[in-house]
Design a protein around this ligand. Structure first.
Ligand code: KG4
Ligand code: ZN
Length: 317
């Protein structure tokens, strides 16, 4: 699609953001609308899949309307995997209906390719090759990116994702959801050396965060409510330091000289400061959005009308 003058409508509903965006073939974002359901899930301390699907159903038409306006587009792109299956299906059904009604081609996008493609949007417009750290609520991976159309996985998490570690840690500390932003903010008032939380020693380029989460659980369990209140900022700062160290140590272990960071955790201020030479996805494109999905669609094969009607969503990568 790149270099064809095509304008792409992207749709993203894999988790708890209902998003639509219009992107040109040269990577310019014309519009990008993200309706976050975070407050809806906050009282549960995490995303409730059934609640997310229902909310996507309510939001998908107005969000697409707002992104599209009176614009003409040449193709529709949608996240088909990985993600929450009920949530994905809402986006896929909407994309199919819209593409079919307008006789447009449809492009199926892998959400992880979407995160990497947030780097290909203007003004950053990053060119491979580079080594990419993808750290989100669902995934933590090191990727070897040689071309815009794909990547090779160098390492992945053996248990929790980095964002999940932030979210679970925030819950243990009695903070809100999503936890990453809350810990990031509170850590600024704490001492990162107050607690010595472990960085897992995993062979190769893989990650592990479950031991760290357990270490926080035991530490919090030994504190009285009053002590927890007094030490919350120190705990947040020390916990965040351990996650950031685990991520940066692995990035350094690749020996790569061109590094990029994407995904929700790429919004973390300490991680951004710890990798000053890396290409960092812009803050607005770190957490889930549809501009990155339309961006990735530029490097994926379009399925012509009406062959995509049997296209399906799936939960796994
Ligand atoms: O990429 P994303 O929006 O969704 C997935 O694809 O999973 O990532 C969401 C994750 C959540 O776990 C959230 O806590 C984390 O990104 N996050 C952060 C920050 N902002 C969002 N983690 C650390 N620091 C932040 N500032
Ligand atoms: Zn994501």
């Amino acid at each position: 699609m790149e270099g064809t003058g095509c304008v792409i409508l992207g749709i993203e509903t894999s988790c708890d953001e209902t998003a639509a965006a219009v992107v040109t073939d040269d990577g310019e974002i014309a519009t990008s609308v993200v309706a976050s359901q975070a407050t809806l899930h906050a009282r549960f301390g995490g995303v409730v899949p059934e609640v997310a699907s229902r909310r996507h159903l309510e939001l998908i038409a107005p969000v697409i309307d707002e992104a599209l306006g009176e614009r003409e587009v040449d193709a529709v792109a949608v996240t088909t995997h990985p993600g929450l299956i009920g949530a994905l299906l809402v986006g896929v059904a909407a994309a199919k209906a819209l593409a079919w009604a307008r006789r447009l081609p449809l492009i199926a996008v892998n959400h992880l390719h979407g995160h990497v493609a947030s780097l290909y949007l203007r003004p950053l417009d990053l060119e491979p090759p580079f080594t990419c750290l993808l750290a989100s609520g669902g995934h933590t991976m090191l990727l070897d990116v040689q071309e815009r159309g794909g990547f090779r996985v160098l390492g992945t998490t053996l248990d929790d994702a980095a964002g999940e570690a932030f979210d679970k840690g925030a819950r243990l500390l009695g903070l809100g959801y999503p936890g990453g932003r809350e810990i990031d903010a509170l850590a600024k008032q704490g001492d990162p050396r107050a607690y010595d939380f472990p960085v897992a020693r995993v062979p190769g380029l893989d990650f592990s965060f479950s031991g760290l989460k357990t270490a926080l659980l035991y530490t919090v369990r030994d504190l009285s409510p009053h002590e927890l209140e007094a030490r919350r900022a120190d705990l947040a700062a020390s916990y965040q330091r351990a996650i950031v160290r685990a991520l940066t140590e692995r990035v350094e272990a690749t020996g790569a000289d061109r590094v990029a960071v994407v995904g929700g955790v790429a919004a973390n201020s300490e991680l951004r400061a710890a990798l000053p030479d890396a290409a960092l996805a812009p803050l607005s494109l770190c957490t889930d959005n549809a501009a990155m999905i339309a961006s990735a669609a530029r490097y994926a094969p379009p399925v012509p009308y009406p062959e995509y009607l049997s296209l399906d969503a799936r939960a796994t990568a």
